[in-house]
Ligand binder design. Structure first.
Ligand code: SF4
Length: 186
């Protein structure tokens, strides 16, 4: 972890998830003010207008599985520029809900089912190279693609779990793992 500054550089990242984990992050409510005294939110869909992933991030909370090429590119940037990468929520850890499409065995059957078989009218496959990210054949959990320092399960993790993890990480400590609280899926 960086020792050059007492303030941590914190990022939250949204891959293929429902944003519920980020909603739980916002449920930290007034503790977010304490967090702002200890850390700079340098990248976050709910806390920063920064569009490009920055360098020298101390802690990155990554929500969601890896479902498409944009998710994969962003995850690799996160890994290359973050000290502590937290797999944030069940979709990041197991692929969970977005991973249900893996039962259809590939991107092509998913697109055919969604845009052709179930279409009421004007059935057509979306095709806009450079605008619509290509689906990966399978939705993958984060740790299958990059190293992960910590897993924070839950669908979503509760605000109390998130606070407990961040309080420790901000002090350069590992969070306590208490059964039925910090390490429960679902
Ligand atoms: S873990 Fe649950 S709350 Fe978080 S992104 Fe996935 S489905 Fe949504």
């Amino acid at each position: 972890m960086s020792t050059s500054s007492p303030r941590k550089r914190l990022a939250t990242v949204w891959l293929a998830g429902c944003s519920g984990c980020h909603m739980s992050f916002l449920d930290l409510d007034e503790w977010l003010l304490e967090l702002a005294e200890q850390a700079d939110i340098v990248y976050s869909p709910v806390g920063s207008d920064q569009k490009l992933y920055p360098t020298n991030v101390d802690i990155a909370l990554v929500e969601g599985g890896v479902a498409n090429e944009d998710n994969l590119e962003l995850l690799l940037q996160v890994r290359a520029n973050s000290q502590i990468l937290v797999s944030f929520g069940d979709c990041a850890i197991t692929a969970n809900v977005p991973g249900m499409r893996n039962m259809l065995q590939g991107a092509d059957p998913v697109l055919r089912r969604g845009y052709l078989d179930l279409a009421d009218s004007s059935a057509q496959r979306p095709h806009a190279p450079g605008l619509i990210p290509e689906l990966l054949d399978r939705v993958l959990p984060v740790h299958e693609l990059v190293a992960v320092e910590m897993f924070l399960p839950g669908c979503p993790p509760s605000a109390a779990q998130i606070r407990s993890a961040l309080e420790a990480l901000l002090q350069d400590q590992r969070p306590p793992l208490q059964a039925n609280r910090e390490i429960r899926f679902g």
